[in-house]
Design a binder for this molecule. Structure first.
Ligand SMILES: NC(=O)c1ccc[n+]([C@@H]2O[C@H](COP(=O)([O-])OP(=O)(O)OC[C@H]3O[C@@H](n4cnc5c(N)ncnc54)[C@H](O)[C@@H]3O)[C@@H](O)[C@H]2O)c1
Length: 371
């Protein structure tokens, strides 16, 4: 039986992880620590809190002493660190916030675990798992081999640089203090509960509301899409079987240009409207409500500075050593994601308000489309 501290558990991947873990390991104790930034939504884990499946603590990963006391008081033996500033565009506007949470915050959390667990952490079965990104490896040319765990770090955005720095600190805490740490570097996740500033939920919601679909540059940036449920299973395997000090790449083994993926989402929405007449009444602004193709909303906007061209993750190590395999391929994963957003309008209406609206207006609405 584990006793977990899940940081960032009100965010996209953290919330999915909490749902997954509570269902798969009902006897485990789960405590979520989250600062509830614009990206954190208690609604995503409310059913788990309401039914007593997990305890929620509002707080910041930078509060070392408070976190050490929490880990000790709850006798937590496992930390899974999802808490981060996670949006590349925001990191271009405000790098300092990313350094505060992703670098200094991660260091404080490592220190808290070390304070609480002491020198016998390994013998006591404690584990600190840090969730990182493939973006630490930089960008690949069209023909280059996929990133492996030994690809040199070459982060290109303030976000990626902050995640790279955090990874180095996790490694250093393992090496210098014997803290039993593991790291996973995963590709782009998609699925339920993703905040609609990221490409896929943004595209679904824009189609439903008849807004332009902003595509950076030519849209031929290649990403490796990983369904969030597969990511959760990968972390479960790492917690169960990895030796401390290991790092693990986790990808979805897909390599599709953004334009293709958004086009596929458009087709899925069109098909959903064709199959369910009630959708036209719910979303009258959507082109699909008038029988027009959703992809007519695609607009190419100026590319963002330093936009990485291609990411591809070699998941060979976790496949071969831990038996990981992809459970949700891209096409069914996108279909279930579209269905989830159609079925959870209250959730996304709740989060698409306030600060996000203003941010959206600044980012896209005011930006002239290219060409
Ligand atoms: N989403 C992806 O595709 C993806 C891909 C690779 C890696 N990752 C990594 O996975 C992790 C989770 O990503 P996500 O997409 O769920 O992010 P997210 O932005 O949806 O959620 C982040 C969560 O962290 C919380 N948080 C932010 N700052 C905090 C702080 N100082 N203290 C405590 N909580 C804080 C937020 O309130 C939010 O709930 C991140 O570390 C991210 O770098 C994400």
């Amino acid at each position: 039986m584990r006793r977990l501290l899940v940081t960032g558990g009100a965010g996209f991947i953290g919330a999915n992880f909490c749902h997954y873990w509570c269902a798969a390991h009902p006897a485990d104790r789960v405590v979520v620590l989250d600062a509830l930034t614009y990206a954190g939504n208690l609604a995503s884990i409310a059913p788990l809190i309401d039914t007593g499946r997990l305890r929620f603590v509002h707080g910041d990963i930078g509060e070392r002493e408070r976190l050490a006391a929490l880990i000790a008081a709850e006798t937590l033996d496992t930390v899974v660190n999802f808490a981060a500033e996670s949006h590349v565009d925001r990191s271009l506007e405000d790098p300092a916030t990313f350094l505060r949470t992703n670098v200094l915050g991660t260091e404080a959390l490592l220190g808290a675990a070390r304070d609480a667990w002491g020198a016998q952490a390994l013998q006591r079965g404690c584990r600190f798992h840090h969730v990182s990104t493939d973006e630490v490896y930089g960008s690949l040319s069209a023909s280059a081999a996929a990133f492996t765990e030994s690809t040199p770090y070459a982060p290109n955005s303030p976000y990626a640089a902050s995640k790279a720095a955090a990874d180095h600190l996790v490694r250093a805490y393992g090496h210098s203090y014997g803290l039993p740490c593991t790291i996973s570097n995963c590709s782009n996740n998609y699925g339920p509960y993703q905040f609609p500033e990221k490409l896929l939920p943004l595209s679904i919601l824009n189609v439903l509301e008849g807004r332009p679909l902003p595509i950076y540059g030519d849209g031929l940036q290649i990403r490796d899409w990983l369904h969030v449920s597969d990511h959760c299973r990968a972390i479960e395997l790492i917690l169960a079987h990895s030796a401390p000090g290991e790092t693990w790449n986790v990808g979805g083994s897909t390599q599709d240009p953004n334009l293709t993926v958004v086009g596929l989402l458009c087709e899925l929405v069109d098909r959903a409207f064709a199959a369910d007449g009630a959708l036209a009444a719910r979303f009258p602004q959507s082109p699909a409500a008038a029988g027009r193709a959703s992809r007519s909303l695609i607009q190419h906007v100026r590319d963002r500075p330093g936009h990485d061209r291609r990411y591809a993750v070699d998941s060979g190590k976790i496949r071969e050593r831990l038996g990981f395999s992809i459970g949700t391929a891209l096409a069914p994963g996108l279909e279930s994601t579209v269905r989830w957003y159609l079925g959870n309008e209250a959730w996304w209406r709740g989060v698409v308000s306030g600060e996000y609206r203003e941010w959206y207006a600044r980012q896209y609405a005011a930006r002239p489309p290219d060409g």
